[in-house]
Unconditional design. Structure first.
Length: 503
């Protein structure tokens, strides 16, 4: 693979006659090549010329891409000219930066990039030229990221439309359904729930709320407390910085609810807005847009990103490991758009998210314990018909991969828990409902947030207990009549509230 970087450097002044560029420039370039490319390929200064304060150089490499070489060259040149001639390098850009790299498979459609560029592909060999790449782009390694992005887009094209990876892990015995209706329809009929005043949100009346909280108590008493998980209460807004680190920001920008702030809380500045409300009795949308900022944060999408933020930059003492915590304070918000359905696919849901950190063996053991406690709940308390499957880990879906069939995928990876919903059709043909999952992500997040263990490597994982999903799975199989409910669940639910009667 060959790489070629045509750079233009601007000096702070012309060189005095005591400096000999013919000696200086090739010497500093070969030092920079030795330091950044060395034996990893052939690097060289292919061309150069100096006109006044403008120095043009061309660097070529068959090893690492030569932008680090350019940075080293500019730094050394500045140092040396500063000392000998009081001249520095004021700025530099890459007029043209060409690189070759390979793709997993030939792309099936055009690939776009949001930077000035030219891309050609022959078979699986791609040649990318970035033009007018800024100093910031060179310092911040945009070329390598652009290359990864092209590779990712090509990979995504090949996998598009292919089945998601799914491999059955366990299945409960079949159970005869006590109910075949859609539980949300049934709850609506009884006024247990009402579709909310804004998109995809529901108001749960006393009975539905009681049942949702019952599910929460089952999870706390049967799974989390016995395994020693401790509760934390985390903020509800996720910072962009946090979501940049987890990869959510690039993976899911169309699924967030964004948070905006008033530009001021000074009533005088809001006078026009309030006057318009008083006169028109409508929302003055233009005036409102003028008075609030653009998005400054994201309403909680999942809790684990902010849990990792809490631990960022810290070293966990051995006595605190494995660390087992959970949050149930932040409510998850997702823009589900066309996919919304009943209580099982909503834009605002209640979830307990346990997060765990520790040594690899400790987390693999904890996963077995969690699987065992979950099995106990779904078999013996809720008496559900359910199954588990290995699926594409959520962090890989974001990068366009379908799943890997290697040994590591059974160590790190995601297990989905699915329930049969009789109202959707037969067991074999209908889509089952994912009601929770369990992931071990290795060092991905502990590295991204610089979280360390006192000794050894630190892995992490999380499991999302979706309470609306637990509830709909249960009601879809058992119906809304408490007399048919399993004894284990009845014990937790106790007496139901008398629901509000509407005339
Ligand atoms: P699905 O494919 O069903 O949308 P997902 O893969 O998006 O699920 P995750 O992002 O893995 O789900 O979220 C973990 C858990 O959060 C799910 O197992 C489920 O319990 C819950 N959950 C996710 N999205 C919703 C939603 N829109 N409504 C209710 N619960 C949800
Ligand atoms: Zn998570
Ligand atoms: Mg989803």
């Amino acid at each position: 693979m060959e790489h070629r970087l045509e750079a233009e450097l601007t000096l702070s002044g012309s060189l005095p006659s005591t400096v000999h560029p013919d000696e200086l420039i090739p010497r500093i370039a070969s030092e920079a090549v030795a330091r950044t490319i060395g034996a990893r390929g052939q690097g060289r200064l292919a061309e150069w010329n100096l006109e006044g304060v403008r120095l043009r150089i061309v660097l070529e490499s068959t090893g690492p891409r030569p932008h680090q070489t350019l940075l080293a060259f500019a730094r050394r040149l500045s140092e040396e000219l500063g000392r000998t001639a009081r001249v520095g390098v004021r700025s530099f850009v890459a007029a043209r930066y060409r690189t070759e790299f390979s793709l997993d498979a030939p792309p099936t459609a055009a690939i776009t990039l949001p930077l000035p560029h030219h891309l050609t592909v022959e078979g699986t060999l791609a040649t990318l030229s970035l033009t007018a790449l800024s100093e910031e782009g060179l310092r911040d390694n945009w070329m390598d990221r652009a290359v990864s992005l092209v590779q990712e887009k090509a990979r995504r094209q090949t996998y598009e439309g292919k089945e998601q990876f799914w491999s059955l892990l366990s299945a409960s015995p079949a159970r005869e359904p006590l109910f075949r209706g859609d539980p949300t329809e049934e709850m609506l009929k009884r006024h247990w729930v009402r579709s909310g005043p804004t998109k995809g949100k529901w108001f749960l009346g006393p009975t539905a709320a009681h049942l949702l909280r019952t599910m929460e108590r089952v999870a706390l008493e049967e799974v989390l407390r016995p395994l020693g998980f401790q509760e934390v209460v985390q903020p509800h807004h996720d910072s962009f910085e946090t979501l940049l680190k987890t990869g959510h920001l690039e993976g899911l920008p169309g699924e967030f609810y964004y948070v905006a702030e008033p530009k001021t809380r000074d009533p005088a500045a809001w006078e026009r807005f309030t006057d318009l409300v008083k006169i028109t009795r409508q929302v003055p949308e233009e005036e409102l847009a003028r008075m609030v900022t653009g998005p400054t944060a994201v309403s909680c999408y999942a809790q684990c990103p902010t849990t990792y933020w809490w631990l960022s930059g810290r070293t966990l003492a051995s006595e605190s490991l494995p660390l087992k915590i959970f949050d149930r304070a932040a409510v998850s918000n997702r823009y589900e758009s066309g996919g919304r359905h009943g209580l099982e696919r909503v834009d605002e849901f209640h979830r307990i998210e346990p997060v765990f950190l520790g040594a690899r063996e400790d987390l693999l053991a904890l996963r077995e314990q969690l699987l065992e406690r979950y099995r106990h709940v779904f078999d013996e308390v809720l008496e559900l018909e359910w199954r588990t499957a290995w699926v594409t880990p959520f962090y890989m879906q974001q990068s366009g991969r379908v799943g890997v069939e290697d040994a590591e995928a059974r160590v790190k990876g995601t297990i989905d828990f699915e329930a049969y919903l009789p109202y959707r059709g037969t067991r074999e043909e209908s889509e089952w409902l994912e009601f929770q999952n369990l992931s071990i992500v290795g060092e991905k997040y502990t590295k991204a947030f610089s979280i360390k263990a006192q000794k050894g490597e630190l892995w992490s994982g999380c499991t999302g207990i979706g309470l609306e999903r637990w509830l709909t799975a249960f009601l879809a199989q058992k119906g809304l009549d408490p007399s048919g409910w399993p004894a284990g669940f009845q014990r937790y639910a106790g007496e139901l509230p008398t629901d509000v009667r509407f005339l």
